[in-house]
Design a protein around this ligand. Structure first.
Ligand SMILES: Cc1cc2nc3c(=O)[nH]c(=O)nc-3n(C[C@H](O)[C@H](O)[C@H](O)COP(=O)(O)OP(=O)(O)OC[C@H]3O[C@@H](n4cnc5c(N)ncnc54)[C@H](O)[C@@H]3O)c2cc1C
Length: 442
């Protein structure tokens, strides 16, 4: 079979890898001048750094297995995560059940209740029972309004901005249930995985492997549209390779891995039912400022900011997990927000964001001085987070689209887990299998 693939992120590359491994021809078109999509990297201090902070959980087995298959297993380090919670003007440890018990902003009773319910959620497999209820309603009912407002609301706002009160409890269940798998039994310490050559190295190696297996991978190669014949079957792609005229290439099947709002622009005449599912999903963009500092800022890798007077919701100090020597001795801090593309935050430029953020860094470390900053970078990742509302399972578009031979594999179809490289790799490989099965059958 000949398969055309739109997008060279985790899903598109995994699909092409699986297809070429099975002896089929796959050709990947990636619009950006690099592979990896949301998990792509850029150069900092001689090392490769993700545009948005990235790590793996122990439960991310599809990604871990792929890294081993690519011969990069010895690069994958499992490191102790240091998680903190910024609340009431100080950083609280927030990694283990003992930390929870010491979290003074809640009463002892509230902490015990929180601990018991968190434990219960970790042991619950049946996510369907949470489908019809928002996390806000469930948590308020079971943990009380104050615990919800202190712990969970800031976290939900951090991930979903103004949509925080519409998020399904199933989404939160997934976070809690899977996270426990990242803890060592007994010790209750969480380990996070990181490929020491960066996620960029994994995706570049994947691209090389696809080519070795007989496929093709193009960067700076935009797909303009999916060609569909009069019988309603996809026949190819109109592609625009760098410096060349647009041309149509023919395929037996096409897999699209773009966000849904991009997909609808590439395909005309989608039937209303399917189109509705695509247009009704909303996404948030990630807006990031990355600072490189000449010294550490905080003691934590991951700091949840539960204080709305700070203009960012997460502070991830990458070099509190990964050795700064990889980046020429620079200490790397991500300041992050998720927001709608129409928001003021999204529209602001790098200098404006920096000026907004800098005065607040002294709240994290009173000694902080702007002279510590060596460089700063600004990244925006569109289509970063689909909004997962109640009864989401009924609104997921099928991988097999109503256009014959056209398949969709994007992050809106990952459920009940939260989107992540692991699930895009798993989905990419599964959809490749589906294409092969359909091709054999037909
Ligand atoms: C800030 C941030 C932090 C994250 N942290 C983690 C983490 O710690 N761990 C983790 O596992 N995951 C993390 N993720 C999520 C993870 O990066 C994504 O879920 C995953 O990479 C998505 O892969 P994908 O291939 O499905 O989609 P994408 O990566 O979005 O790939 C789609 C690709 O399609 C391309 N494209 C779009 N239109 C066209 C076109 N017309 N022609 C050609 N190409 C096109 C895009 O350029 C893109 O490369 C994070 C994401 C963000 C934004």
């Amino acid at each position: 079979m000949r398969v055309g693939i739109i997008g060279g992120g985790a899903a598109g590359l995994a699909a092409a890898y699986e297809l070429t491994k099975q002896g089929h021809y796959a050709e990947v078109f990636e619009a950006a001048p690099f592979l990896g999509g949301q998990a792509s990297t850029f150069e900092v201090g001689g090392g490769q750094l993700e545009r948005g902070y990235h790590h793996l959980f122990v439960s991310d087995t599809a990604m871990t297995e792929l890294i081993h298959e690519l011969g990069l297993g010895d690069q994958l380090a499992w490191l102790e995560s240091k998680v903190g919670f910024y609340h009431s003007g100080r950083i609280w440890d927030f990694a283990t059940p003992m930390d929870l018990l010491r979290f003074k902003p809640l009463t002892l009773l509230q902490r015990l209740r929180l601990g018991l319910w968190t434990f219960a959620l970790q042991k619950t497999r049946n996510w369907q029972k949470f489908e019809g209820v928002t996390a806000q309603d469930w948590l308020t009912r079971h943990l009380g309004a104050e615990t919800y407002r202190t712990i969970w609301e800031p976290m939900l706002r951090g991930k979903f901005g103004e949509y925080y009160d519409q998020i399904s409890m199933t989404w939160l269940w997934g976070k809690i249930y899977l996270r426990v798998a990242s803890r060592e039994k007994g010790l209750q310490k969480e380990r996070l995985g990181y490929p020491m050559g960066s996620f960029g190295e994994v995706f570049d190696r994947l691209g090389e492997r696809i080519v070795q297996q007989g496929g093709a991978v193009h960067i700076s190669a935009r797909v303009n549209r999916v060609a569909v014949d009069d019988d309603g079957a996809a026949t190819g792609l109109e592609v625009q390779l760098a410096g060349q005229d647009a041309e149509v290439r023919e395929y037996d099947a096409v897999i699209a891995t773009t966000p849904s709002y991009v997909f609808t622009r590439l395909v005309s005449d989608l039937p209303p039912d399917y189109l509705d599912k695509l247009v009704n999903v909303r996404y948030l963009a990630a807006v990031l400022i990355i600072l490189t500092l000449d010294r550490p800022l905080s003691p934590k890798y991951w700091l949840n900011i539960a204080d709305r007077s700070l203009p960012f919701v997460g502070l991830i100090e990458h070099t509190n997990m990964i050795d700064p020597a990889l980046y020429g001795g620079r200490h790397i801090v991500y300041l992050t927000n998720y927001t709608a593309r129409e928001s003021d935050l999204y529209q602001k430029n790098d200098a404006e964001l920096l000026e907004d953020f800098i005065p607040h860094l002294q709240k994290i470390n009173p000694e902080f001085d702007r002279s510590w900053i060596r460089e700063y970078y600004h990244h925006k990742v569109d289509g970063a987070q689909p909004i997962i509302g109640v009864n989401y399972s009924q609104r997921i578009p099928d991988h097999r689209t109503p256009i014959r031979n056209l398949y969709l594999a994007n992050t809106t179809q990952i459920y009940p887990e939260d989107r992540g490289t692991n699930y895009s790799v798993r989905m990419g490989r599964q959809v490749a299998e589906m294409v092969v099965r359909d091709g054999v059958g037909g």
